[in-house]
Design a protein around this ligand. Structure first.
Ligand code: FPP
Length: 254
C-alpha cells in the first residue's frame, strides 16, 4: 500500500494529478540554489536581498525534505569560486549561516535534523565557522534528516586533494596501485560518509554543474527549473521528486 504524501502538506489546488508516493524516494537530494541575484534585480532590490530571501527558501525546503522522508539534503551555499564576488556580497553570504542558525537551530534540533558541512574550513571567517560548528556539535547525535551545507566547496579541489592523499599513501608504500578503486577515492572526498546524490536540482534556468559534486553525480538524476531559488516552493520540490520517481535508473545497464 503506497502512502500518498501530498496530504501531509495540506495542499489541494496545486497538487499534481499523480500524488507523491513514498516508495522510491531519492535518499539524497542535492540542490544548486541559483537565481538569488536575478530575483532581486527583477524587483529593483540589491543582490543581497535575493540571498536573504534565498535563506528563507532554505528553511522551507529543509522542512519539506524532512516531512517527505528524504535522508540527506545537500545545499550548495558557497563555492570555492564565489570568493570572486564583490567583498560586500561575500561578507553578506558569510553572515547568512549564522543568521539562519540563530533563527532555526532550535527547530532543527526539535525535528531531529543533523547539520553537517562539506567544504574547506580554512578561509571562512571565524563567526561563520563558529556558528556552523556549534550547529554541527549540537545536532551530532540527531538521527533524522542530514542537512549538509556545501560551504566553500569546490569539486575539482576536492578531487585533487583526494588524488594527492592517494599518491602520498602509494609513495609511503601503504597502498598498492592495484588496490585503488572507487571506494579509495570516495572515502577521501569531503562527502565521505554520505551516499551519492540520487537527485540533483538546479534552479534559475542555468543548465550546468558549476563544480558541484562532479565525482558523486556520476549516476545522479538531474532536474532543472527556470524558477529562481527565492521562489522555489515545496510544490516545486515535490514536482522534482515525482519526476525522479518516474525515471528508470539503469546505471549503464539496460
Ligand atoms: C547563487 O545565486 C546563490 C549563491 C551563490 C548563494 C546561495 C545562498 C543562499 C541561497 C542562502 C544560503 C543560506 C544559508 C542558510 C547558508 P546567484 O547569486 O548566483 O544568483 P544569480 O545567478 O541570479 O546572480
Amino acid at each position: 500500500m503506497i502512502e500518498r504524501l501530498w496530504a501531509k502538506f495540506g495542499k489541494t489546488s496545486s497538487q499534481p494529478s499523480e500524488p507523491l508516493a513514498t516508495d522510491n524516494l531519492p535518499q539524497h537530494v542535492a540542490i544548486i540554489m541559483d537565481g538569488n541575484g536575478r530575483w532581486a534585480k527583477n524587483r529593483g532590490l540589491p543582490r543581497i536581498a535575493g540571498h536573504h530571501s534565498g535563506m528563507k527558501t532554505v528553511k522551507r525546503i529543509t522542512m519539506a525534505a524532512d516531512r517527505v522522508g528524504i535522508k540527506y539534503l545537500t545545499l550548495y551555499a558557497f563555492s570555492t569560486e564565489n570568493w570572486k564576488r564583490p567583498k560586500a556580497e561575500v561578507d553578506y553570504l558569510m553572515r547568512l549561516p549564522q543568521e539562519f542558525l540563530a533563527i532555526e537551530l532550535e527547530e532543527l534540533i526539535q525535528n531531529n535534523v543533523q547539520v553537517r558541512m562539506m567544504g574547506y574550513k580554512g578561509g571562512l571567517p571565524d563567526h561563520t565557522l563558529q556558528a556552523v560548528e556549534t550547529a554541527i556539535s549540537r545536532t551530532a547525535n540527531n538521527t533524522g534528516l542530514v542537512l549538509n551545507f556545501a560551504l566553500n566547496y569546490g569539486s575539482r579541489k576536492e578531487m585533487l586533494g583526494a588524488v594527492r592523499e592517494i599518491a602520498a599513501a602509494v609513495q609511503r608504500g601503504e597502498l598498492s596501485l592495484d588496490a585503488i578503486d572507487e571506494k579509495t577515492m570516495s572515502e577521501r572526498l569531503l562527502s565521505s560518509g554520505l551516499p551519492d546524490p540520487d537527485l540533483v536540482i538546479r534552479t534559475s534556468g542555468e543548465l550546468r554543474l558549476s563544480n558541484f559534486m562532479l565525482w558523486q553525480m556520476a549516476y545522479s538524476e538531474m532536474w532543472f527549473t527556470d524558477v529562481y531559488w527565492p521562489e522555489f516552493t515545496e510544490e516545486h520540490f515535490l514536482e522534482a521528486i515525482t519526476e525522479y520517481q518516474r525515471r528508470a535508473r539503469r546505471y549503464g545497464g539496460i
